[in-house]
Design a protein around this ligand. Structure first.
Ligand code: VG1
Ligand code: CO
Length: 580
């Protein structure tokens, strides 16, 4: 092939958000739109790093991925990349990408330089929905802000991009290596099985034998919903072939370009089929719900954990995994290096860290902040309230890992009880945890697709309000007598303890005397308008009061949040789009 230099002009708005650039497909298919972003990324990484590189290019398989992969392959070749690794059919989950960057097992010692991950995660897919792209670095984690800022800057001045001319489309449906000759030597495209490496990694972390024993127990029933995302490419291999679950345990496990028309977001609103099967919401009275249920998002880095008629909040989930990891998961048997959560995630993990005397960190929203801590050996387990949980085995959150972690805890708690009267259930484990550590009642309200100007005004108003806490407390008192006093208000700012970098404006916090918190943030992953997120948390230590319904327990605090922020006045919304 030959290298062609193609003239182009900048597009507005190619600023990567919390996790890459996410836009409607109709935006991405504009002439040179993807090309500009990819070239801007190569330029940000610098020629020195790109020449000779090994790049992973794959994603959740959403609509436009196949075209995007061919474009990126041709641009990689022209920019001097040595080889591109592609999961079969362009499918690799975000955690699987992170894993193969760090080590392609079977290619001993072989690592990649980085990756373009093609996903818009939990956003819907299809010709009228979202596409996304993000770059991950050689540690397997999302590019840090210094790089994403540079990428954005480059997109505003780009004048040309490089693309291979005369390089045919590569067949990504067939496993194998194809060689091409370019002006500077050989270029390879290596199409490999999407799941094998990841399965080996999971087997090195967990005790598959004990999980298998649990799954084969008569009393244990299981259900996994991939919401037609890429998790389906792993679920059958791991849950059915390795662990012996029945095929009927799998729901929506065939990856589809449009996620079957659904919203591939594993929460109580969008994972409807699973939620019904588990006996939550509109229950399916004919069948006894399974003991354990879980779901994943489009790119399989998120997870939702359910018990029979029982929802585990993601903030509780990470705390419970951390509390049990050393006993239940071989990978952690030597102890935890530390734990971390994102700022809006509840303080359930803080209490466990204190109890177990572990290093603890609170970072801004988005997985990139955990990576530095892990690279420095300061953190083993971390999580976010947004259904993200993970560990230092990779540098992304990992949906299937979280499910295996829960299965490990269930297997451990039942190890002497597999043939007993009744299994220890998910609900038992959570209630036991609350009894030991107290409970953090928690809910998140999302106002999606709000007018961007109105959202900004609301945030500015909340910051201004913080200058007078007595005025704030006056309003609190007028609204509810059941809510304690605000003792601190600020905008969260983070100084990375490893590299000293500072991230500002990471959310507005109102902290209450009794440990309750109200947090307001603007989403950085939407593709249209603005999304306001309101996070509401209240701590209850008294074991006799940890069993309440969470929406009911939080009602007074919710009322205060809506009143303080003048939510309806600013947004015109009397109710949120999604409550989790
Ligand atoms: C959301 C979540 C955040 C998560 C991010 C990427 O970001 O709140 O916790 O890390 O999505 O997740 P935001 O800026 O919209 O609040 V993934 O699975 O979806 O790429
Ligand atoms: Co995701």
């Amino acid at each position: 092939f030959k290298v062609a230099r193609i003239k182009t002009t900048p597009y507005d708005g190619q600023k990567p958000g919390t996790s890459g650039l996410r836009k409607k497909v109709k935006v991405f298919v504009q002439p040179n739109y993807l090309h500009n972003f990819v070239q801007s990324t190569f330029n940000a990484l610098t020629e020195e790093k790109v020449r000779g590189a090994t790049l992973v290019v794959s994603g959740d398989g959403r609509y436009f991925s196949k075209d995007a992969i061919q474009i990126i392959i041709k641009m990689a070749a022209a920019n001097g990349v040595r080889r591109v690794w592609v999961g079969q059919n362009g499918l690799l989950s975000t955690p699987a990408v992170s894993a193969v960057i760090r080590e392609r097992i079977g290619h001993v010692g072989s690592k990649a330089t980085g990756s373009f991950i093609l996903t818009a995660s939990h956003n819907p897919g299809g010709p009228h929905e979202d596409f996304g792209i993000k770059y991950n670095m050689e540690n397997g984690g999302p590019a840090p802000e210094a790089i994403t800022d540079k990428i954005y800057e480059n997109t505003t001045t780009i004048k040309e991009y490089l693309i291979a001319e005369g390089l045919p489309d590569v067949d990504i449906t067939a496993i194998g290596i194809t060689n091409f000759g370019g002006p500077e030597g050989q270029f390879d495209v290596d199409v490999f099985d999407s799941a094998s490496d990841y399965v080996i990694l999971m087997k090195s972390i967990f005790d598959f034998h004990s999980i298998q024993k649990l799954i084969s127990s008569e009393k244990f029933t299981f259900c996994y919903d991939a919401l037609h995302g890429v998790a389906g490419a792993y679920a059958k291999r791991i849950f059915v072939e390795e662990l012996g679950a029945k095929e009927s345990s799998l729901l929506n496990c065939i990856p589809k370009e449009d996620f079957g028309g659904g919203h591939p977001d594993p929460n109580l609103t969008y994972a409807k089929e699973l939620v019904a099967r588990m006996g939550l919401g509109k229950s399916n009275a004919e069948h006894e719900p399974p003991e354990f249920g879980a779901a994943a998002d489009g790119d399989a880095d998120r997870n939702m954990i359910l018990g029979k008629r029982f929802f585990v909040t993601p903030s509780d989930s990470v705390a419970i995994i951390a509390a049990n990891a050393v006993q239940a998961i071989p990978y952690f048997s030597a102890g935890l290096k530390g734990v971390a959560r994102s700022m809006p995630t509840s303080a359930a993990l803080d209490v466990v860290a204190k109890h177990l005397n572990l290093k603890f960190f609170e970072v801004p929203t988005g997985w990139k902040f955990f990576g530095n801590l892990m690279d420095a050996g300061m953190c083993s387990i971390c999580g976010e309230e947004s259904f993200g949980t993970g560990s230092d085995h990779i540098r992304e959150k990992d949906g299937i890992w979280a499910v295996l972690a829960w299965l490990s805890i269930l297997a451990y708690k039942n190890k002497d009880n597999i043939s007993g009267e009744k299994l220890v259930t998910v609900e038992d484990i959570v209630r036991q945890h609350w009894a030991t550590y107290g409970r953090h009642y928690y809910t998140r309200y999302d106002y999606e697709n709000v007018d961007a100007g109105a959202a900004k005004e609301l945030m500015a108003y909340l910051v201004k309000l913080q200058s007078s806490l007595s005025e704030v407390n006056q309003k609190v008192k007028e609204t509810s007598s059941a809510v304690s006093k605000v003792i601190h208000g600020d905008e969260f700012e983070y100084k990375d303890p490893v590299d000293g970098s500072i991230s500002k404006h990471q959310g507005i916090r109102y902290l209450f005397e009794d440990g309750s918190r109200l947090i307001f943030r603007l989403s950085g992953t939407g593709s249209e308008g603005a999304t306001i997120r309101l996070y509401i948390e209240q701590y209850e230590k008294d074991p006799s009061k940890t069993g309440r319904d969470s929406q009911e327990a939080l009602a007074p605090l919710v009322k205060v949040a809506l009143k303080l922020s003048k939510m309806e006045e600013f947004t015109g919304r009397s109710a949120p789009t999604v409550i989790t």
